[in-house]
Design a binder for this molecule. Structure first.
Ligand SMILES: Nc1nc2c(ncn2[C@@H]2O[C@H](COP(=O)(O)OP(=O)(O)OP(=O)(O)O)[C@@H](O)[C@H]2O)c(=O)[nH]1
Length: 598
């Protein structure tokens, strides 16, 4: 156990974790030159295309240092705020962390939030100044920022470049010399932490774990303490580029487990694995059921595809335990599902995977957060509202509570004004303002989650010309003056377009919604009145004027292929169109409330 080192790589998004991880793998010979391919650890196609790490991965390296053989267990981590729980569990499985800071961008919001997570778990921090090859690198200035943040000596900051390989040997040396060897009692009852799981369509769920005490053996009957499910350990082993089956994995080490489980939701990240016959008395702390933060309706474009959509969602859930959904019906869209996601990125990934892996074209309704409503009749009973159309009528409503977050924003002092204005526009209240350096400011706000899940990050980047980073965590629910704004098309309420809006913004947003929908809903053979309403009160109105003639009329006698092309274009446009009553509504219309500022 004394020659094992368990460490993770943490940083702000895009600061170079995955590239550096690939370098460590090649430098230790874990990956032969032939196997090496960029972003080796980001093995989901979507991760490659979007250039971000979605799922964290573990891999074991053997390394000879000063004549001794060491086992280095590396855990890469997702960099996006949607996956912060998974980061926290990967960190809890380690004794040390490489804190990567981009030598041009310096410290950003997630550098700090991930650092706090590592410090909470008493990890030894090894600061790495990465991308020193960049023309825009500021090694001296950024080293000072790191020294200010960590209180370490400048000499402890390792200068490196994942791209060129510079400094990687120093990183490996520091891992062995500075990260403490794991502790644990191999003779105590088995206690292993699940920090990740991956679905394999042939072998079922592969569980990644760190053994804190005892050992896990092939064929052993084990128990997952949160779900209380028992299984046989059909296979255990260590994670090289490929899986390497072993007879047992002992305290201090990291490995994988195959139990034949076919449903990802039965394996919960953060859970404790123990022996079914002689279980440990103590679950490993920090387990929590992953809670969805954002909800949206997902409906088939063609109502007869409902069953096919259900099958596709069930298959997706097999390998994405954080996706939750329940059947729901909409007067406007028919039968679909109310789905819960970790955040907007997760929602987009699911939409993308439905289209790419299951060829399912879907309509997604306006994403919303989960609200707690209380009626006059039962003022102390929580009515969970995951769909705005479930909000009781205003006359029956006692109050509505919405989830709030604490947002941390780091930006340049030049942009403090515009950033503050944006946060105040999003109903934020400033909590703290700290000058990290004369040039860089950390702003802390309390804000409604609903105000940041849609376009806040993009607008923050715009107002700060890219010089702002952002991280947040939930701080509970607070009462808010929220009202349900309904949209009526042709006099018929479209429940999938309803949204919960703060009373102060309801009129302006209702007006903008009508204007935006007038632009998006194609003209048809008749006038289409668009109205926004709160209860029975109409607050805004627009009209889509009728189409006066057949779009192909001008092709008579003209080039027949041009007419065919025009009709083809019309047909393609219909692919993402939903008929609601006698009005055709494009997908963009359902996201209109998100793009009111476009
Ligand atoms: N010049 C230079 N570019 C680098 C270096 N390391 C990474 N990059 C580039 O920076 C971008 C992000 O690199 P990644 O390794 O994907 O960063 P990451 O932190 O893993 O990103 P997430 O997993 O999405 O958080 C990519 O375009 C890399 O090619 C480096 O040392 N020098």
């Amino acid at each position: 156990m004394k020659n094992i080192r368990n460490f993770c790589i943490i940083a702000h998004i895009d600061h170079g974790k995955s590239t550096l991880a690939d370098r460590l793998l090649s430098q230790t010979g874990t990956v032969t030159a032939r196997e090496e391919q960029a972003q080796l650890l980001d093995n989901m196609d979507l991760e490659r295309e979007r250039g971000i790490t979605i799922k964290s991965h573990a891999i074991q390296m053997d390394y000879i240092y000063e004549g001794e053989k060491y086992v280095l267990n590396l855990i890469d981590t997702p960099g996006h705020v949607d996956f912060s729980y998974e980061v926290s569990r990967s960190i809890a499985a380690c004794e040390g962390a490489l804190l990567i800071v981009d030598a041009a961008q310096s410290i950003q919001a997630q550098t700090i939030s991930n650092l706090y997570l590592a410090l909470e778990n008493d990890l030894e921090i090894i600061p790495v100044l990465n991308k020193v090859d960049l023309p825009g690198a500021n090694p001296e200035e950024v080293t000072d920022d790191i020294v200010d943040l960590l209180g370490c000596d400048p000499e402890e900051v390792i200068h490196a470049s994942g791209k060129t390989g510079f400094g990687v040997d120093n990183i490996l040396k520091a891992i062995i010399e500075r990260v403490p060897a794991p502790k644990g009692d191999v003779n105590a009852p088995l206690q292993a932490l699940i920090f990740d799981s991956v679905y394999n369509s042939y072998r079922g769920v592969e569980t990644y774990f760190r053994v804190m005490n005892g050992e896990i053996k092939k064929g052993q009957r084990i128990k997952f303490m949160a779900t209380k499910n028992e299984y046989f350990a059909d296979e255990v082993g260590t994670l090289k580029l490929k899986q390497v089956p072993k007879q047992s994995i002992k305290a201090g080490d990291v490995g994988y487990l195959i139990t034949g489980v076919k449903t990802a939701s039965e394996i919960k990240v953060g859970d404790t694995i123990t022996d079914a016959v002689n279980p440990t008395k103590n679950r490993i702390e920090g387990f929590e059921d992953v809670k969805p933060m954002v909800f949206a309706g997902i409906y088939p474009v063609d109502t007869e595809d409902y069953e096919e959509l259900r099958n596709s969602m069930e298959k997706l859930q097999l390998n994405d335990a954080s996706l939750v959904f329940i059947p729901e019906s909409s007067a406007a869209l028919g039968f679909g599902f109310r789905c819960g996601f970790l955040g907007m990125l997760h929602l987009e990934i699911i939409q993308e995977r439905l289209e790419r892996e299951f060829d399912m074209t879907v309509i997604t309704t306006v994403p919303n957060v989960s609200y707690h409503a209380f009626t006059n009749k039962n003022p102390d009973t929580i009515l969970l509202v995951n769909n705005p159309s479930d909000l009781p009528e205003p006359s029956k409503l006692n109050r509505v509570e919405e989830p709030f977050i604490k947002a941390t924003i780091i930006t340049k002092s030049d942009f403090v004004g515009p950033v503050m204005s944006l946060c105040i526009e999003k109903r934020g209240q400033i909590v703290n303002q700290t000058y990290l350096t004369p040039e860089r400011v950390e702003l802390t706000f309390e804000m409604p989650l609903a105000e940041i899940v849609f376009d806040f990050y993009d607008r923050l980047k715009t107002v700060s010309k890219g010089y702002a980073s952002f991280d947040y965590h939930p701080i509970g629910l607070k009462a808010s003056k929220l009202v349900k704004v309904d949209i009526l098309l042709n006099g018929q309420s479209v429940d999938a377009l309803s949204a919960l809006i703060h009373a102060d913004n309801a009129y302006s947003i209702g007006k903008k919604m009508c204007e935006k929908l007038r632009q998006l809903i194609p003209r048809q053979q008749f006038d289409i009145p668009i109205q926004a309403a709160i209860g029975a009160k109409i607050i805004s109105r627009e009209t889509v004027k009728a189409l006066r003639k057949d779009v192909t009329a001008k092709c008579y006698g003209g080039d027949i292929s041009r007419k065919r092309k025009l009709l083809e274009k019309q047909k393609k446009g219909k692919k993402r169109m939903r008929q609601v009553g006698n009005v055709e509504i494009p997908q963009e219309a359902f996201m209109a409330v998100l793009k009111l500022n476009d």
